[in-house]
Design a binder for this molecule. Sequence first.
Ligand code: 48F
Length: 263
Amino acid sequence: MPIFHPAKEKDVTKAIARSFLRQLEDYAESDVIIVGAGPSGLMAGKALAEAGLKTLIVERNNYLGGGFWIGGYLMNKVTIRAPAQQVLDELGVPYQEAEEGLFVADAPYACSKLIAATCDAGVKFLNMTMVEDIVLRDDNRLAGVVVNWTPIAYLPREIASLDPVPLEAKITIDATGHDACVVRRLEQRGLVKIAGEGPMWIEKSEDAVVEHSGEIYPGLIIAGMAVSAVYGLPRMGPTFGAMLLSGEKAAEAVLKMIKGTAA
Ligand code: 48F
């Protein structure tokens, strides 16, 4: 007796295509699009979906989690400074206190728990999808992003000259880390200026990133290391508390704009 229920090959293909295309059609218009599934983007997505907003995360890689899978120098431990260990408590991630107020956790444990919590909250993902450009309306408001399959975006034009497709959202969050790729599209059009990341200064950088997380252009909010890149703030290396709290702060800003309430 076979273990599994019988299935035809064509039915497997149809099930995948139907489910994917239904979601793509539904999420062609979202409340919020978050570009980048690193720690700041995931945290923002989790908070927004928990608050009931239709939230899509677009990620150019196959895997979600960005730089949160590994800490510094190929060592898979992450550090978090107080008070951000409270996020680890909420996610159910164990950690140890290395020094007073400085905590260390297993990066794969922390990252997978955060991804799972984001999925549980109801966020949908488009991975292997690269944001190539932005949708700008003549009221000078960001109205969405333009995406292509990642492999297509990396092929030379003479091999794959394929138009990307647009996705609309009331608010977009740039959580693309050091690249700040959405803000960069505005800069290319002379609409904002990117200062470029400063040198490392952990103590100063984390507060500064959280403080500066928020709206950078009508319809666009920035979170995580993109904030450092845009405002020329010091970088922070393998410590992640600011990424988590920056994502939460970005979500609060979105909620204020969309619902007129704080998270
Ligand atoms: O780099 P990343 O983890 O950003 P973050 O949330 O966290 C930064 C930390 O990991 C670490 C640090 C502080 O502790 O210095 O670096 O700010 O995640 C950014 C995600 O955005 C994706 C990229 O693949 C990564 O997963 N991304 C970047 N550009 C694009 C993109 C793009 N054009 N389209 C889609 N995704």
